[in-house]
Write a protein that binds this ligand. Structure first.
Ligand SMILES: NC(=O)c1ccc[n+]([C@@H]2O[C@H](COP(=O)([O-])OP(=O)(O)OC[C@H]3O[C@@H](n4cnc5c(N)ncnc54)[C@H](O)[C@@H]3O)[C@@H](O)[C@H]2O)c1
Length: 357
């Protein structure tokens, strides 16, 4: 497979193009005067691959999460005005999820909304952040507290960018890939099992196939619930555990996607303990997949690898303050079988303590 296209059937629909060299097609999705918003690391490390959009001004934003500050949003909006962008203009974002979230939000706000085109350059952004229309910046009070739903006009995931991504950022994407495969169903999960080794070696056709599978699943979920009133919550599989792990370890100590991988394994163990899981061998199968992808399979491995304590009591306290908590009881996404996932479920404290021990 050289490249792939996935249509997101919202109103209006849009296309996600995946493959080596799709960056050359970006201009076809822009209109009017454009502004290209690029992550600093992408400019520095992937310079020969930069997207060229006719008549586009270029602005470089802080690398990664540093771009998601409110002050950066205001600065970017001013720059859009100074560059003469109007209602017919396009904001093209080139970077990881952080750049896409910032530029997408700026596009949502400027003149009450102009077109945005998302060009993800990390695996995580290709499989997750670039599709679905969530945009946000952070506040000192919390992550992603200021945002909007604003669907892009098109997404171009050029797999060549992944060559310069360092191993820990790549691993982050793989954690979300495992999560998405569990949500997708047996066929996509088996495909991932078969290609896991090649994927880790960043084999191009395997990357294209895997990203396309993930985008298809995310698109299906988003179309069923664009504003996350219910079914879209399945995308939070593993995340109640992951957020607690990141919080207790200290943000930045355990990469998000790595915590998600362990979170997915924990959610499967919890599902089995509750008698929800139809195939009792699934937790170990997911753990084998995590190991093949070079990711920790359990809290024990995570503790050893990142030299963190992750005290079970502290993890439970952190879960209680999670956004997904209701009436003081954290909520979880649990699994019945590959492709059948339930959300908003509570777990007994004793069971949690056992799982986290
Ligand atoms: N909107 C959504 O639906 C959604 C979904 C998931 C995550 N997110 C957000 O996405 C962000 C995480 O995204 P991310 O994992 O892509 O991280 P990121 O954007 O912070 O990028 C990670 C690091 O990789 C660097 N980088 C990016 N592309 C590179 C490349 N090709 N080569 C070398 N270095 C490169 C960046 O400069 C940064 O240092 C978070 O802010 C999260 O909240 C949003």
């Amino acid at each position: 497979m050289h490249g792939a296209r996935v249509r997101v059937e919202l109103d209006p629909p849009y296309e996600v193009r995946i493959g080596p060299d799709v960056r050359h097609e970006v201009a076809s999705a822009t209109s009017g005067r454009s502004l290209l918003v690029v992550d600093q690391n992408v400019v520095e490390r992937a310079e020969p691959l930069l997207v060229h959009v006719a008549q586009a001004a270029l602005v470089v934003v802080g690398p990664g999460e540093s771009a998601k500050e409110f002050s950066e949003l205001e600065w970017l909006l001013s720059l859009m005005a100074q560059s003469g962008l109007d209602r017919g203009s396009t904001v093209v974002a080139l970077g990881g999820g952080a750049t896409l979230d910032l530029a997408g939000l700026a596009a949502a706000l400027y003149m009450r909304g102009i077109a945005s085109v998302q060009c993800p350059t990390t695996l995580l952004a290709m499989v997750d952040a670039s599709v679905g229309g969530k945009t946000a910046v952070n506040l000192p009070e919390g992550k992603n507290l200021v945002g909007a739903f604003h669907q892009p006009r098109a997404v171009f995931a050029d797999t060549r960018y992944l060559a310069t991504l360092d191993a820990s950022e790549f691993a982050c994407g793989l954690g979300e890939v495992v999560k998405t495969a569990v949500i997708a169903g047996a066929e996509a999960f088996e495909r991932l099992e078969q290609t896991a080794g090649a994927l880790l070696a960043r084999d191009e056709p395997s990357l294209v196939e895997c990203i396309a599978d993930c985008v298809r699943t995310k698109a299906r979920v988003v179309v069923s619930d664009e504003r996350e009133s219910g079914p879209r919550k399945v995308l939070n599989l593993g995340h109640t555990f992951a957020h607690a792990i990141e919080h207790v370890a200290g943000y930045g100590t355990v990469p998000h996607g790595v915590a998600v991988g362990v979170g997915v394994a924990l959610a499967l163990h919890a599902s089995r303990e509750l008698g929800l899981l139809r195939d009792a061998t699934l937790p170990e199968r997911v753990e084998r997949l995590l190991a093949t992808l070079g990711l920790p399979r359990s809290l024990a491995e995570l503790r050893a690898k990142h030299a963190v304590l992750l005290d079970p009591g502290a993890l439970i306290v952190a879960m209680r303050s999670d956004k997904k908590t209701r009436d003081g009881s954290p909520r979880f996404v649990l699994v019945e079988e590959l492709g059948t996932v339930r959300w908003d479920l509570a777990l007994e404290r004793e069971l949690l303590a056992r799982l986290l021990g």
